[in-house]
Write a protein that binds this ligand. Structure first.
Ligand SMILES: Cc1cc2nc3c(=O)[nH]c(=O)nc-3n(C[C@H](O)[C@H](O)[C@H](O)COP(=O)(O)O)c2cc1C
Length: 236
C-alpha cells in the first residue's frame, strides 16, 4: 500500500487527513469519498456514566444467542459504537488501544430493527460520531447465510461487524502489523461486549463466517477484511 502523492493532494483537496503517523492511504480516501455521497445520520451523544460497574459487567458477560423481537434505540447504537471505536481524546485517540494509533478497524452496522434507522448497512465514522448509510434494505438474512446460517444473526435487531484494513498497520510494522490488527479487534470487541452488558443487552462474538460472502453482503472493498460479527439485542 502506498501513501498519498503530492499530485493527489492537489487533485482532491480538503479530504486529506493526518492519521497518526502517516497520511491516509488511497483506499481510505476512496471510502471517504463514497461515504460522503450517502445518507449521514448524527448519532445522539454517548454517555460516560452508567448504572453497572465495570466489575459487574465483566462478571455478567456471557455469550447470548437468543434475542427478543424488540427494537434497539439510536442511543443504544451510539453507546455500543462509541465503546468500541469512539473518540476519547482531543488528539483523536479512541476507546480501544491501537498500535501506532493507526486505527485499522472500521465498524459496520447491519440494522434490521432499530428505532429511527431504516433497515440497511451503515458505516461508523468515529471522528464525527456519525453513521453513513452504504446500503438500503434488511441484510440480516444474507448476513446469516454468510455466517454459516447461525440463526442468532438473523434474530438480532442489529449486528455490528468489525472490519480491518491491514495496510494501515502493516505500512508501518510490516507483517507483525497483522498480529497487531488481530489483537486490536479483541480489545475493541470486548469493549463492545461489556458495554452491551452494561446496557442490559446481549451479544456474541461470531467468528465462523465466509469472509468473501460477508464482504459481498456489506459491499466492502477488497482490502477490507471482516474479522468479527457481533449480533446485539435484548436477551430472550
Ligand atoms: C474468536 C471467537 C470466535 C467465536 N465464534 C463463534 C461463532 O461463530 N458462533 C458462536 O455462536 N459463538 C462463537 N464464539 C463464542 C464462544 O463460543 C463463547 O465465547 C464460548 O462458548 C464461551 O462462552 P461465554 O462467551 O459465554 O463465556 C466465538 C468466540 C471467540 C472468542
Amino acid at each position: 500500500m502506498f501513501t498519498i502523492s503530492k499530485k493527489l493532494f492537489t487533485i482532491i483537496p480538503g479530504i486529506l487527513i493526518f492519521a497518526g503517523a502517516g497520511f491516509m492511504t488511497i483506499a481510505n480516501l476512496k471510502s471517504e469519498v463514497e461515504v460522503q455521497s450517502s445518507q449521514t445520520i448524527d448519532l445522539p451523544a454517548h454517555v460516560k456514566k452508567g448504572t453497572v460497574s465495570v466489575e459487574e459487567a465483566i462478571a455478567a458477560r456471557r455469550s447470548e444467542r437468543s434475542f427478543k423481537d424488540k427494537s434497539l434505540t439510536l442511543q443504544h447504537i451510539s453507546q455500543l459504537l462509541w465503546s468500541a471505536q469512539g473518540i476519547t481524546s482531543s488528539e483523536g485517540r479512541r476507546a480501544a488501544p491501537s498500535a501506532g494509533a493507526l486505527y485499522p478497524l472500521d465498524l459496520y452496522l447491519v440494522a434490521g430493527n432499530v428505532d429511527g434507522l431504516d433497515p440497511g448497512v451503515y458505516k461508523y465514522i468515529p471522528r464525527d460520531h456519525q453513521l453513513v448509510r452504504t446500503q438500503t434494505g434488511d441484510k440480516r438474512s444474507e448476513l446469516t447465510n454468510a455466517a454459516l446460517r447461525q440463526q442468532w444473526v438473523d434474530d438480532a435487531p442489529a449486528i455490528i461487524i468489525f472490519s480491518a484494513v491491514y495496510e494501515r498497520t502493516t505500512g508501518k510494522y510490516g507483517q507483525r502489523g497483522v498480529k497487531y490488527v488481530h489483537m486490536e479487534v479483541g480489545y475493541a470487541g470486548q469493549n463492545l461486549f461489556l458495554q452491551a452488558e452494561a446496557l442490559g443487552l446481549g451479544t456474541v462474538v461470531v467468528g465462523a463466517f465466509n469472509d468473501n460472502e460477508v464482504r459481498k453482503v456489506l459491499s466492502l472493498n477488497k482490502n477490507e477484511n471482516p474479522l468479527t460479527v457481533m449480533p446485539v439485542g435484548f436477551e430472550r
